[in-house]
Design a binder for this molecule. Sequence first.
Ligand SMILES: Nc1ncnc2c1ncn2[C@@H]1O[C@H](COP(=O)(O)OP(=O)(O)O)[C@@H](O)[C@H]1O
Ligand SMILES: [Mg+2]
Length: 515
Amino acid sequence: MAEPQLLEIRGLEKSFPGVRALQGVDFTVRRGEVHALMGENGAGKSTLIKALTGVYDRDGGDSRLDGQSIRPGSPREAEALGISTVYQEVNLIPHLSVAENICLGRQPSAFGFLKWGAIHRRAERALARLDLTLDVSRQLSSFSIAIQQMVALARALDVDAKLLILDEPTSSLDENEVAELFKVMRKLRTEGLGIVFVTHFLDQVYSVTDRITVLRNGKHVGEYATTELPRLELVARMIGKDVSEVEKMNHPPADAAAPPAAAAPFLEVANFGRKGSIYPLDLSVKPGEVVGLAGLLGSGRTEIARLIFGVDRADSGVLKIDGQTVTINNPRDALKQRIAFTAEDRKVDGIIPNLSIRENIVLALQASRGPWARIGRAEQNALADRFIKALGVKTPGPEQLIKNLSGGNQQKVLLGRWLATEPKLFILDEPTRGIDVGAKAEIEKLIASLRKQGLAILFISSELEEVVRDSQRVIILRDRRKVGELAAEQISEQAIMQMIAAPTGESQAVLHPSS
Ligand SMILES: Nc1ncnc2c1ncn2[C@@H]1O[C@H](COP(=O)(O)OP(=O)(O)O)[C@@H](O)[C@H]1O
Ligand SMILES: [Mg+2]
């Protein structure tokens, strides 16, 4: 019989209220390999790790380590079994020494007294395994984040770890620090450890991992040898596409209503960004133009929308409206500039469930006029009637509570709410998410018709085919940077995915619009 795998997970199930975060997921790790666990934000990676290591109790499924069935009730129990985890946030204690942090909770002691000499030697040994020499009596907080992460790693290895899990450990590291970490990972691999590596940087996946497991929406998509899975295929699997399908689809022929190339942009931002949120970028939207923002979940699309609308404040760059530099400090300022924004989560940022359609529609207009300028009932009724008709909201009447409508109809009411402010720029963040196919088609039609009426539209969608169908230009984001831009006939699902998948530094120059 073949030797059992180091880790074998079968049919793992975990639900949170309203979300089936893991749906029968399989996952296997061998000794002496670095295994990438991939998937867009929300795919279930962290939940898988937490359900494996006893942070959460699982709802179902089986996990085996070295062929033995295991079900740790806490991370401490998981560690005792040989599974150690290092998270993105260093969860050590800043004001304790390096040595205390490494040995915390496992200090050698004699008759109740800590043996400091032994603690220090043990910490030094653990660090030496990572080729690191530090003064272990110094406070942890006196070291850089990179070193703190190494200390967390040393702590993870101080127990007899067989399986090391790294959940996005590189997010706050610079290039050299990442290189150091990879050196250590390669060394540990030769010692026979199995390493699970979660990252959203594709470059890192291709530089350090042997195999890849892809999750999507809580489901196992597949397992691949890294060398046999081209980057484009990996991106396709993560967003639920099939590359061979995608190659056939192209952008519809440029239509006559596209804005003239010479038209002046309504919105223009340059070097516009916010530390920790989105790297500085340039972007413009003309009247009569839909500009799509494409990228994996978590690539920075929503962050851009929030900066432009003043939900968050930019800390670099300029923003111009109709050629004039303006400052947008909050959504009220954005409204004054005739900008509208429907947020991606209707339930959180959008509908007020216990208000009527009419009341939901007048909200943004009320906000833009200020609290003292009441909108009379006759005007409210007129607005509600107008948008129910214009947007085809299916309802017995304007006094219906919005919570009684279908998702698609709620979305139409939200669009109506913003259209009532007569915007010139409409930022739509996932306007078709979670609504049925028919309603999606209607929303797409509406976007096209608003564009033809001269609105500038910034359109965010995870559905690549929508972005391709509806946009005159597409801006591609990866890891919170703009990595490219496509215009007109250049726009295709294939081209977008290629830019998302391209190695860092190779995509900027390709396929820039000629204008
Ligand atoms: N503690 C929690 N409570 C409720 N929902 C959660 C919790 N943790 C994760 N989720 C949900 O489970 C899904 C998977 O999340 P997560 O495992 O964090 O994804 P990933 O690590 O791949 O980004 C998401 O829909 C997320 O919102
Ligand atoms: Mg995660």
